[in-house]
Design a protein around this ligand. Structure first.
Ligand SMILES: Cc1cc2nc3c(=O)[nH]c(=O)nc-3n(C[C@H](O)[C@H](O)[C@H](O)COP(=O)(O)OP(=O)(O)OC[C@H]3O[C@@H](n4cnc5c(N)ncnc54)[C@H](O)[C@@H]3O)c2cc1C
Length: 438
C-alpha cells in the first residue's frame, strides 16, 4: 500500500521525547467503507481536535480524518509552551480597524485559559503546569519594547509583569538577556499527551476519529462534499481543513497549502538533570522564549530534562547538522549544560504567514480552513476550536473574534526554501545588529 507520509516525517515524531513519554494513544481505526456526516475535519492536531470536540458538544455529527494518528503533526512534537497572545508588532488597527483589533487582542490574550480549562474539564493527563511564560529580550531596545508591552497588557487587565535583567536571569537561569515579559497565565504541557487527551474527549463527546486515513481527494458532488481515503469515503455538508504545516501530504489541502510557508523547527532534550542543576534552571511549568527573530525556546519537562528548540535544516533531515543550531544555542545561553548528554532530538513543521497572523479562510462554499499559527499554536489552535465550531454552525464571520480573510496564496511559493534561508539570514543580521547596539 502507498505510504503518503515520508520516512522523515514519521521519524520526526518517533524520535521525540514526547513519543517516548506520552500517555497511550487512543484507538482510532482507519476509515473503511462509506459514511455520511454533517462535518468532516481533516487533520487531527490541536486545531482539528478542538474543532471536532466543540462541534460534537453542540450535537453536530463530526468525523475526523487523520493521515497518521492524533497529534502526528506539529501538535505532538512542539515545545509544549502554552502562550497567550499574537506575535508582536502586528498592524492590527491598520488592517482591521480599531474595534476588530481590540477584539482580536482580547481574544488572543486569554487563549491559554482554553487549554487549561480543557485539560481540567476533560481530565487530560498531560503534565500541564501553569507557572507562566517568559519572553526574554536580546537587546536593551527590545527590553524597552517589552516594558511597553507589559504596560499596555496590564492596563487591559492581563496578569503580566516586567522583569529586569537580574530578575530575568533568576527566572530563566540565563544571564544573557536584558529583561523580560512574564505572563503568569501561561505554562507548559506534554503536547502529544494533550493531543491524545483531546482526541479521547472528542470521541466521548460523540465525534468519530479515524487514524491512518489520509484524505486523498475532495470534491463537490450533488451539493455535498465528498472526500476519499485509501479505505473509504465520507460525504459531508462541510469540510474543515486543519492540516497546517502538513498540508502538502496529499493534494487534498491544495487550496490552502500555499497560504502558509512551512519550515522545520528542531528540538533537543538532555537526560534528566540533577536536583542541583535543576535549582538553577526555569521552574517546571514555565515556558521561556525570546525576542530574537531567529529565536530559541526552552523549558524543563516533567522528568527534569532540559529542552532547547530552534530552527534547523529546511529539508527535514534529522542529522547532526539539523540539531547543531539548537546545540549552539544551548552552549551560548546555558554553558553549564553544554556537557550534558542529549537524549532526544526531533523536529516538526511550523506554518508561517508573511504577516504573522493566523488564517481562517473559506476557499470554497462549505470548505473551511484554520491554519498559519506561526509557531505559536498550542493555545491559539485550542481556543480556535470553539470559534470554528461557531462559524461552522452558522455564526457570521464578522461576529467571530478573529477575522475571516481570503485564502490568498503567498507569491513565489515554489521559491520557499531559498526564500526562507535568505529570510533567516536577514533576521540573524538584524538580531545581531540590535544586540551590538547595546
Ligand atoms: C518543533 C515545534 C515546536 C513548537 N513549539 C511550540 C510551542 O512551544 N508553543 C506553541 O504555542 N506552538 C509551538 N509550535 C507550533 C504548534 O505546534 C502548532 O502551531 C500547532 O500544533 C498546529 O496545530 P494544527 O492542528 O494546526 O496542525 P498539526 O498539529 O500540524 O496537524 C496537522 C495534521 O494534519 C494531518 N494531515 C495533513 N494532511 C492530511 C490529509 N490529507 N489527510 C488527513 N490528515 C492530514 C497531519 O498528519 C497532521 O496530524 C511548535 C511547532 C513545532 C513544529
Amino acid at each position: 500500500m502507498t505510504d503518503y507520509i515520508s520516512t522523515l516525517d514519521r521519524q520526526g515524531l518517533a524520535q521525540s521525547l514526547w513519543a517516548a513519554t506520552a500517555v497511550a494513544a487512543p484507538d482510532c481505526p482507519p476509515l473503511e467503507g462509506h459514511v455520511s456526516t454533517d462535518i468532516a475535519v481533516i487533520g487531527a492536531g490541536f486545531a482539528g481536535l478542538s474543532t471536532a470536540l466543540h462541534l460534537a458538544e453542540k450535537g453536530v455529527s463530526v468525523t475526523v480524518l487523520e493521515a497518521a494518528e492524533p497529534g502526528f503533526g506539529a501538535s505532538g512534537r512542539n515545545g509544549g509552551q502554552v502562550i497567550n497572545g499574537l506575535k508582536d508588532g502586528l498592524d492590527l488597527v491598520g488592517k482591521f480597524g480599531a474595534a476588530k483589533a481590540e477584539q482580536m487582542q482580547a481574544f488572543a490574550a486569554r487563549t491559554a485559559d482554553t487549554v487549561f480549562d480543557l485539560v481540567q474539564r476533560h481530565g487530560i493527563d498531560c503534565d500541564a503546569g501553569r507557572s507562566g511564560w517568559i519572553q526574554a529580550a536580546h537587546s536593551n531596545r527590545n527590553a524597552q519594547d517589552l516594558l511597553r508591552k507589559v504596560e499596555e497588557r496590564a492596563a487591559q487587565g492581563a496578569n503580566v509583569t516586567y522583569l529586569n535583567g537580574e530578575e530575568t536571569a533568576e527566572a530563566t537561569g540565563c544571564d544573557w538577556y536584558r529583561g523580560a515579559f512574564l505572563d503568569r497565565e501561561c505554562g507548559t504541557l506534554q503536547p502529544l499527551s494533550y493531543a491524545r487527551g483531546l482526541a479521547v474527549a472528542a470521541q466521548k463527546a460523540g465525534a468519530t476519529v479515524h487514524g491512518q486515513s489520509p484524505v486523498l481527494s475532495l470534491a463537490r458532488v450533488d451539493g455535498k462534499w465528498r472526500v476519499e481515503t485509501p479505505g473509504g469515503s465520507v460525504t459531508a455538508d462541510k469540510i474543515v481543513l486543519c492540516t497546517n504545516g502538513y498540508s502538502s501530504l496529499t493534494d487534498a489541502a491544495k487550496s490552502v497549502e500555499r497560504v502558509v510557508l512551512p519550515f522545520f523547527s528542531y528540538q533537543i532534550a538532555t537526560a534528566p538533570l540533577s536536583d542541583n542543576l535543576l535549582k538553577t534552571l526555569p521552574a517546571q511549568g514555565l515556558g521561556v522564549s525570546e525576542t530574537r527573530r531567529v529565536l530559541s525556546y526552552s523549558r524543563i519537562d516533567a522528568q527534569g530534562r532540559f529542552l532547547m528548540g530552534a530552527r534547523g535544516r529546511m529539508d527535514g533531515e534529522l542529522d547532526e547538522s539539523g540539531f547543531s543550531f539548537a546545540r549552539r544555542r544551548l552552549q551560548e545561553l546555558f554553558p553549564r549544560l553544554a556537557s550534558q548528554a542529549i537524549e532526544f532530538g526531533w523536529n516538526g513543521r511550523v506554518a508561517i504567514t508573511l504577516d504573522h497572523l493566523p488564517r481562517l479562510v473559506e476557499p470554497a462554499p462549505g470548505l473551511h480552513a484554520a491554519l498559519g499559527w506561526n509557531g505559536r499554536g498550542v493555545a491559539m489552535t485550542s481556543a480556535m476550536g470553539p470559534v470554528m465550531a461557531d462559524w461552522l454552525t452558522g455564526t457570521r464571520a464578522e461576529e467571530l473574534p478573529m477575522p475571516v480573510t481570503k485564502a490568498k496564496p503567498i507569491p513565489f511559493h515554489s521559491l520557499r526554501v531559498p526564500a526562507s534561508r535568505a529570510m533567516a539570514y536577514w533576521y540573524k543580521l538584524q538580531d545581531e545588529r540590535e544586540r551590538a547596539a547595546d
